[in-house]
Design a protein around this ligand. Sequence first.
Ligand code: ADP
Ligand code: MG
Length: 327
Amino acid sequence: MPLTEFSLIDRFFAAQAARRGDVAVGIGDDAAVLDVPAGQQLVVAADTLVAGVHYPADAAAEDIGHKALAVNLSDLAAMGARPAWATLALTLPDADATWLEGFARGFFALAERSGVSLVGGDTTRGPHAVITVQILGFVPQGAALLRTGARPGERIYVSGNLGDAALALQLLAGAITAPADARMWIEARLHRPEPRLALGERLRGLASAAIDVSDGLLADLGHILDGSAVGATLWVDRLPRSAAFLSTVPDLQSPAWYELPLAGGDDYELCFTAAPAHAPALAALADELGIALTPIGEIEAEPGLRCRRDDGRGYQPARRGYEHFGG
Ligand code: ADP
Ligand code: MG
């Protein structure tokens, strides 16, 4: 059945877009009209997924719908912001109803769980799929978590586990194998990342700087160090890795596997810095949210990133991803 642009928007997006009370005008007019709460700052981000670049062209539509929103929500989590509204710009080679249905299912399931209303977008035909989500949310005036606030003497933390998404790419490429249950769990970490929204909001007032780990820890921590004009020591043996990761990698000590949590991207965990005085509050928060918050290093005045093993030896990653290494 051929779908026109308008019936497509109605059927898959407008009809399913739950309306928050602060959406004065949603999908259907030339633009959305939104009520911004007093005393809050608007926080805005956008991220694009290109078929064949950011996901395999044959990836499940539901996973793509989830991930297109999840990577945007992760950016708001890293700002300490609460998401409210999204727009969706879809370029598609054809209007495949089955694909659109799956995409919308993945997108709206996460949107509803996250309190987000879809308020507009654009739909065009193009040579391959390009999906851009824009996300809008709020933080109380002056409370956003920036990349520029890290200070010498603070600790570096990361949430959850690192390296699972990079390991999933190795599984998909057929480089390694794993039992079916471990494989499914690890691949879900790549296809259906869970944005750390509750954690991001609770880090307001505790974290001095934050970023989400999308390009790999070395690269993303590097942005905090650059933004804050500081350096750091990173304890590379202490990077948190999942049980599935540890039981699946064929050789934990060889750099190719050892460095997945350091250099692998797509984990969407939060990396943040906090003064040592906040350690008890962070431990209590980790317990309350059921999310591990692992101290992995210290911020120092000396520029550059120094990686160390637990025995004190320096470690030079083979895959840098971050060019400002110190000695
Ligand atoms: P215009 O020609 O003025 O850009 P459109 O026909 O593109 O209008 O869009 C009509 C309405 O549908 C607008 O409210 C727009 O925001 C919304 N819309 C279009 N595509 C999407 C989409 N993929 N998801 C959500 N809303 C959409
Ligand atoms: Mg348009």
